[in-house]
Every structure is written in C-alpha cells, then in structure tokens.
Write a protein that binds this ligand. Structure first.
Ligand code: 13P
Length: 256
C-alpha cells in the first residue's frame, strides 16, 4: 500500500514570521490520527527554523530546489549536504517554474534527482506539458522525455522506488483551471507504466501525485483515483486551515 501524501509547495511565499504563525495555527487544527503524510516545502531561508518548529508536529520538511554538488564555487546555491544537516527529508526537482523561468534542463534535473538519493533525500520529480504541447497532442511525449531523462541516472539506485513523481501540467498551475481528474489519472497511469517498463515490480511503490490548482474542494477528485497517491499544492497550501482541510479530505476519502 502506498501512503497518501499532501505536499505543500510554498514557492517564494511566507516570511519567517508568517512561517511561525502557520505552524502555530496548524497545531490547533484537529488532524486526528491520519495516515496521510504531510510535507512542507518551504523557502531555503525558513527551513532551519521550520525544522525546529516541526519537531512538535507530524509535518515533514522539504526543500524546493538544490544544487547537485556537495560543496564548491556555486554562488547562490544550496547543497544536498546542507539540506540534510538541517533535517530536510524531501526536495522538489524540476518544477516547471524552474525549468521555464530559470532554464533548468532535463540533464540538470537528472543530476539533482541522483544527488538527492545520494544524500538520503527523497526527490519529488515534477513533469508536465505546457498548453501548446497539450493542444498539439504532445502530453505523453513530454512526460516521457522528462521522466526518462530524470531517472536515467538512477539505474543502480537501490532506493529508487522511494521516488515521488508529480504530474503538474504547466497550464493548470496557479490558473484556477485544474486538469480533469480523468486526464490526471491517465497521466499518472502512463508515468507508472513507463517506470514499470524500466524497473519492473519496484515501480509499484513509487508515489505519483497530481499538482495544479488543487484546493480543499477538488482534492479528492484526484486522490480518489487509484492511480493518484496525493497532491502537490501551491496557493491552497499557504493557509493552515486550507492545508489541514485538504489533508483531512484525503484521509476521509481513504476511510481513516
Ligand atoms: P497551485 O496549486 O498554486 O496551482 O501550484 C501548483 C504547483 O505548482 C505546486 O508545485
């Protein structure tokens, strides 16, 4: 059984005081004994503080990006070693905002995914087509290219089944227009079939998420599908009540 998860991607939001306020208010939410894994991917500057604050909660710590090298002359970058040291467990790799706005390539994403495993971090690999690619029928080709490039460096990796893949169609991110849940499920099934071709039965353990305009009202349309194991959420994860409502909805949908 794959454990469901709801990952918050705060992007470039939340000051340190807002971060403290989030944790304080989240602690007042009634979360029951949910089986849903909860991860907050915060800006680098908040990770250390958040690592300390989260010790009292069942929220886990994630980063939004990292360099693939352990150390060196890479001005402005953060290494996997640094993330590990402050208790980060997860790291997003290849978010479309990084690919599009910062020119991150498939090759760089592959190095980040490999480095994450090498340092004991779980990579959350993002794949997904843009609007033009969708309209010209290239969705599967784009997913295949991004996924296979990213996992190419993982052939010898024992823990590769811990990989998390997020299907995030670019046109659905921050637009209020999410993908149809049937299309998202089809994309997730396609991702698993590609991993199965490469890895065989171990692909069964990989968790595959949907991301793009997910909110408390629509989240179970995705997580209710057997192909989809959870969600990667931007805007709706910034408010503790909204994040908590999504986690509760997923848990209720699983019969917790
Ligand atoms: P929104 O939930 O704001 O659409 O963002 C999705 C996303 O990019 C998560 O990584």
């Amino acid at each position: 059984m794959r454990q469901p998860l709801v990952i918050a991607n705060w992007k470039m939001n939340m000051t340190l005081s807002e971060t403290e306020e989030f944790v304080r208010r989240f602690a007042q939410e009634d979360m029951g004994s949910s089986s849903v894994e909860m991860v907050i991917c915060a800006p680098f500057i908040a990770l250390s503080l958040l690592g300390t604050l989260l010790q009292q909660t069942s929220l886990l710590l994630g980063a939004q990006n990292m360099h693939w090298e352990k150390e060196g002359a890479f001005t402005g970058e953060i290494s996997p070693l640094m993330l590990r040291e402050i208790g980060v467990c997860f790291v997003i790799a290849g978010h479309s905002e990084r690919r599009i706005q910062f020119g991150e390539t498939d090759g760089q994403v592959a190095r980040k995914v490999a480095a994450a495993f090498a340092f004991g971090l779980i990579p959350i690999l993002c794949v997904g087509e843009n609007d033009e690619e969708r309209l010209t029928g290239k969705t599967e080709a784009v997913i295949q290219r991004q996924l296979l490039a990213a996992v190419s460096a993982m052939e010898q990796e024992q823990e590769r089944h811990k990989l998390i893949v997020a299907y995030e169609p670019v046109w659905a991110i921050g637009t209020g227009t999410p993908a149809h849940s049937g299309d998202a499920a089809a994309a997730a099934a396609f991702i698993r079939s590609l991993l199965h071709e490469k890895w065989g039965e171990r692909a069964v353990d990989v968790r595959i998420l949907y991301g793009g305009s997910v909110n408390p009202e629509n989240i179970t349309a995705y997580t209710g599908r057997p192909e989809i194991d959870g969600a990667l959420v931007g805007n709706s994860s910034l408010k503790p009540a909204s994040y908590a409502a999504m986690v509760r909805a997923v848990a209720a949908g699983r019969g917790d």
